[in-house]
Write a protein that binds this ligand. Structure first.
Ligand SMILES: *Cc1c(COP(=O)(O)O)cnc(C)c1O
Length: 395
């Protein structure tokens, strides 16, 4: 061992792990992104057009959200100062929850500080040791962590393989008291949709509950109501989670469902009970975003048209885009992790940002560019991005 004599030295041990990550092309570093204006962001190397954010509707820099946030800041101060169940429950939280419940047609909604916290808190509140979870192989890391924290037995089915799920349910459902089927609505790295109709049918047949993390589809698909609305199963899904940090341009997250579900979760979801409430001003900004999503249909239509345009332009320059035709997430598989990072860096130097996604976010050998589309992109930005990417991939 090369750290002889210093085995217990923290930095020496961690530096070895980092060196190994680096040699596999998997080390990550932070890039600074400054002021954002629509899809244009200021970086260390000047302005760049951002095809890597989840700001699908261009709301993160919208002046109406900024004004709503300032108004609430002045009225309510900065921090909520406590957890919701202590003295942190501000009227802004309740207004946003009521607006979310109404928009999604649910009895009630409950806020969390992030989508990660929602999944890590809700799943262990619903199932525990002796219960059983059926999880899609490509579920988001926060769902995986929520499932593990629950200590329920986890059966992973191959991505969107409904037949495999059916056979797992047949073999293992009866072992457990409670069963939960857990899936992304729109998969974050593949841009494809869960087969929600089939999942809901199986859940009914096998007496299981359904849990859909719709982080990438709320504000985007189904007139903003998400993949469950698109699949017309909104009221069949037991638990739906969405984030406020993507299409809604702010931060935080929510779950919606029955009044009983929400009342249960505010007593039992540990990431809700034991965590400071989100900033009241954050809730105000998110409520403004929700009002825009509800009334500004042309904005969502622009996003759809932009995604269609990008798929068509990529095909024209010989690049094969993956994912659902409606998805604003457009993966382009490169394969090798180091090569993916190189392409990403070359593009950044040319003034366009894309996600270079590597393991452990995606399986080894499937490293990819993750191109995301926003309603804020212009026709010209999309056409020129496709040209540049075509050139870089040919070179
Ligand atoms: C981004 C994401 C999350 C995490 O949401 P945050 O609000 O960013 O913490 C959870 N689930 C999925 C599927 C996501 O893509």
């Amino acid at each position: 061992m090369s750290v002889s004599g210093s085995f217990s030295n923290l930095d020496a041990v961690l530096a070895e792990d980092l060196a190994e990550l680096r040699s596999n092309g998997l080390e990550r570093t932070l890039r600074t992104a400054g002021r954002r204006n629509g899809a244009v962001v200021e970086t260390q190397h000047g302005r760049a057009v951002d095809f890597s954010s989840n700001d699908y509707l261009g709301l993160a820099s919208d002046p109406r959200l900024i004004d709503a946030m300032f108004r609430a800041l002045r009225e309510h101060a900065v921090g909520a100062a406590a957890a919701r169940l202590i003295t942190g429950n501000n009227p802004e939280h309740e207004l946003l929850e009521a607006a979310l419940a109404r928009f999604f047609g649910a009895e009630r909604a409950l806020l969390f500080s992030s989508g990660y916290a929602a999944n890590a808190g809700i799943i262990p509140a619903l199932v525990r040791r002796g219960d059983v979870i059926f999880a899609d192989a490509l579920n988001h890391a926060s769902l995986i962590d929520g499932c593990r924290l629950s200590r329920a037995t986890i059966h992973v089915y191959p991505h969107s393989d409904v037949a495999a799920l059916e056979s797992l349910l047949g073999r293992h459902r009866a072992d457990a008291r409670r069963a939960l089927i857990v899936t992304d609505g729109l998969f974050s790295m593949d841009g494809d949709l869960a087969r929600l109709g089939d999942l809901v049918d199986l859940a009914k047949r096998f007496d299981a509950w359904t849990y859909v993390d719709d982080a990438h589809a709320v504000g985007v698909l189904g007139a903003g109501r998400g993949s469950t609305a698109l699949a017309a199963v909104q009221s069949d899904v037991d638990v739906t989670v969405g984030t406020l940090g993507k299409a809604f341009g702010a931060a935080g997250a929510f779950v919606y469902g029955s009044s009983t579900l929400v009342q249960y979760l505010l007593n039992n979801a540990r990431s809700f009970v034991f965590s400071t409430a989100m900033l009241p001003s954050q809730a105000a900004a998110a409520r403004e975003a929700l009002a825009i999503v509800e009334t500004d249909r042309p904005r969502i239509e622009r996003l759809e048209a932009n995604a269609r345009l990008m798929r068509r332009m990529l095909s024209e320059v010989g690049v094969r885009p993956l994912g659902d035709p409606l998805s604003p997430i457009i993966p382009v598989i490169i394969g090798d992790a180091a090569a993916t990072v190189r392409v990403g860096s070359t593009l950044a130097a040319l003034g366009v940002l894309v996600g270079a996604v590597r393991p452990p976010t995606v399986p080894a050998g499937t490293s990819r560019l993750r191109i995301t589309i926003s309603a804020a992109h212009t026709h010209e930005q999309i056409v020129s991005f496709a040209d540049v990417l075509g050139d870089v991939l040919r070179a």
